[in-house]
Design a protein around this ligand. Structure first.
Ligand code: KG4
Ligand code: ZN
Length: 337
């Protein structure tokens, strides 16, 4: 089975061709980061316009690298939501046009479910397992009973963890997107600043990152610009201490979820999981807590079309089909039709 996956939910235009279960014949990602960087975040209007420019060349490149044409495809999988509606509509309209013109079965899939299932591109995970998705838009913990059956155990009540990385990087005038920049800087710093590990309450599995962000803001305010270097902001220590606080909060809730559910398996996903410090800390946790840990390769953590193709194949094989009425959804809880 040859499936073309298309992803345009935010600021990556991506297309991938998947053969059978796991063989990726191509996996093309065009990132718009350089376009949004001057604005310090994704500008929805610019994202849509750019997807429109790039969708044809990106899909063409995916097909060329795979050595196939549209007529060879058995199915099309496209991200339907959640995401920026204007951006989603570019991928959806393109996929619907190809589906109608070449008579190829189409299925719209959930971007977050794509992240949860991204681990399956590389390996099997026995059910049930805990899933922690940490991205720019979401920080959520699920109990996955099978593909399609997700129980939301906890989620962020304010900022997503990736959003907190981006906001702190902006505050420190480090650039955009913040995650990778903070990770690099943190290597030169020490975790010497005791930022709070705020949690909504011990009993809930929800997360909260806005208090941490405010603590960083307040800390920075204590350093009026001196110009002579004496009051210089310890940016590397801030980055290191902030990163440690985020990971501590994630780990605390995962430990609680493991105790409450008694499920000894955890799969990580989402852009923030490309963070090396986070990966090391979870590996250490897995050893301490006797937890089977599954972490996708970094290229499958950030947004990509390979995970969309994988999930689309799963649903197409089970007879799921969408027609030309398929619309974009800005919000779409995982597991809901
Ligand atoms: O999953 P993703 O590519 O897009 C969404 O669906 O949101 O995640 C993007 C987020 C951004 O907030 C970015 O700053 C963060 O992932 N990120 C990182 C790292 N690389 C990307 N956060 C921490 N450390 C990183 N190395
Ligand atoms: Zn994503």
């Amino acid at each position: 089975m040859l499936i073309l996956g298309i992803e345009t939910s935010c600021d990556e235009t991506a297309a991938a061709v998947l053969k059978g279960g796991r063989e990726l014949l191509s996996d093309i990602i065009y990132s718009q980061v350089a376009i949004h960087r001057p604005y310090g975040g994704v500008v929805p209007e610019l994202a849509s316009r750019n997807h429109l420019d790039k969708i044809v060349p990106v899909v063409e490149e995916a097909l060329n690298r795979a050595g196939i044409g549209f007529k060879d495809l058995d199915g099309l999988a496209v991200t339907r939501g959640p995401g920026l509606v204007g951006a989603l509509l570019i991928g959806l309209s393109f996929a619907k046009a190809v589906s109608a013109a070449c008579r190829i079965p189409l299925v719209g899939v959930n971007h977050l479910e794509g992240h949860i299932c991204s681990i399956f591109l590389e390996q099997d995970v026995p059910f049930p397992f805990l899933s922690l998705t940490v991205s720019g838009g979401h920080t959520s913990l699920y109990l996955v009973r099978e593909i399609g059956s997700y129980q939301l155990l906890g989620q962020t009540r304010d900022d997503a963890a990736g959003e907190a990385f981006d906001k702190v990087a902006k505050l420190l005038q480090l650039g955009y997107p913040g995650g990778g920049i903070i990770e690099d800087l943190a290597r030169q710093g020490r975790p010497s600043i005791p930022f709070p590990r705020a949690i909504p309450s011990r009993a809930t599995l929800d997360f909260s990152f806005s208090g941490l962000k405010t603590a960083v803001v307040n800390y920075v305010k204590k350093f009026p610009e001196s110009g002579n270097g004496s009051g210089a902001l310890p940016v590397a220590d801030i980055a290191c201490s902030f990163q440690e606080a985020v990971v501590d909060m994630l780990i605390r809730k995962v430990k609680l979820a493991r105790q409450e559910t008694n499920v000894p398996r955890l799969a990580l996903s989402g852009g923030v999981v490309s963070n090396g410090y986070l990966r090391e800390r979870f590996q250490a946790l897995a050893e301490e807590e006797d937890l089977e840990l599954y972490i996708p390769d970094r290229r499958y953590c950030t947004d990509n079309a390979a995970m969309i193709a994988w999930l689309g194949r799963h649903y197409l094989e089970r007879g799921c089909r969408d027609d030309l009425e398929l619309d974009a959804l800005s919000r779409w809880p995982v597991g809901r039709k």
